[in-house]
Design a protein around this ligand. Sequence first.
Ligand SMILES: Nc1nc2c(ncn2[C@@H]2O[C@H](COP(=O)(O)OP(=O)(O)OP(=O)(O)O)[C@@H](O)[C@H]2O)c(=O)[nH]1
Length: 148
Amino acid sequence: MRRTPHCRRAHQEHLGKGTPLSVIICDIDHFKQVNDRHGHLSGDRVIQEVAGLIARQLRAGDPAIRWGGEEFLVVVQASSGVAMGLAERLRSAVEHFHDPEVGQVTLSLGVAEILSGESIEQLLGRADGALYRAKRSGRNCTISAAGN
Ligand SMILES: Nc1nc2c(ncn2[C@@H]2O[C@H](COP(=O)(O)OP(=O)(O)OP(=O)(O)O)[C@@H](O)[C@H]2O)c(=O)[nH]1
């Protein structure tokens, strides 16, 4: 999996100072249907709207990173409990937004906090596993990774 400079910095701080480190992976639900029903340009607009909704919930220090087509990664220098609360706020903000053409869109989210000795790749892998479970649980929900 890809590393990002922000992830690396946060990981260095975790190793050096013991700052907690969690990640949230957010994925727009059934996004292929948005493209199929409303066209790619409307899909692009929805991605921008969701990015804006996520950014408005975050502090300047916890940036959202575009993580693949309709996925976003949020790096949170806090415990998984705090990250779960933030993830739920992101989910709720998106759930309550209505695009004038597309209507409601929802997010599934996976949250993981780094374990002792864990690499960034392993952390992201566990968050991805939690996201997969959120999709399997019916979407529009937040799941915490195994191990946290
Ligand atoms: N408009 C637009 N579509 C994109 C972009 N990046 C990825 N996509 C589309 O996003 C869709 C993702 O579809 P899937 O991975 O099948 O997932 P999904 O339909 O969201 O279903 P679930 O994730 O299972 O809820 C694909 O159709 C991609 O073509 C983008 O930048 N713009």
